[in-house]
Ligand binder design. Sequence first.
Ligand SMILES: *Cc1c(COP(=O)(O)O)cnc(C)c1O
Length: 224
Amino acid sequence: MKDILTNLHILLQRIRDAEQTYHRVPGSVSLLAVSKSHASTLIETLLGAQQHDFGENYLQEALIKISALENKQLTWHFIGPIQSKKAPLIAQHFNWVHTVSRFKEAQALSEHRPQNLGHLNICIQVKLDNNPKRGGVVPEDVPALIEVIKPLPLLRLRGLMTIPPFSEDFEQQRKYFSLVKTLYEQVNDGTMDTLSMGMTSDLEAAIAEGSTMVRIGTGLFGPR
Ligand SMILES: *Cc1c(COP(=O)(O)O)cnc(C)c1O
């Protein structure tokens, strides 16, 4: 594995190249560094290179890193499944949650969000297959979920997130992302600004279809 800062520069260049190729505004796609299974010392190294946004999937692992880096300027994103008993700690320790797929999760997050921290930023996770084991809500149910989430006082709905079914085919990847982009345009009343889509193996397709935030683990930290 190459040095992590070399990986960061290669990745940022990949993002900038994709922005240019697909006629996106330069700098309109941000990088969420997915640090699951990687040590907080690597997070600190990236922080030194102006990477401030980090994503974690597992609450217990994340809390250790969050407390180790407590006095640093970091933005923490929760990107794993939300178990209801974990919602209070997620609401207290994260700035963003990308994986909201049910009203009761949103309700628990809002209820447990400490007032003094301000809004918790959330995205609704959209799933493109009917696998009941996969997180997310099917596209048809997104508008109704948005309506019930909107009145929750301590959440700010920033947009949609997706993890598409795996495909190595670029055109197929684009088709999946395009479905979510179209949905986003339908449901966005002007208050949303985030399409969280694209990982190491499909970030170009996601950027081609309007992603504003790519979530990258392997391409930055190496294999898990
Ligand atoms: C692990 C993970 C990622 C990062 O995936 P890579 O393929 O390692 O870049 C992105 N999003 C979510 C939700 C993840 O769980």
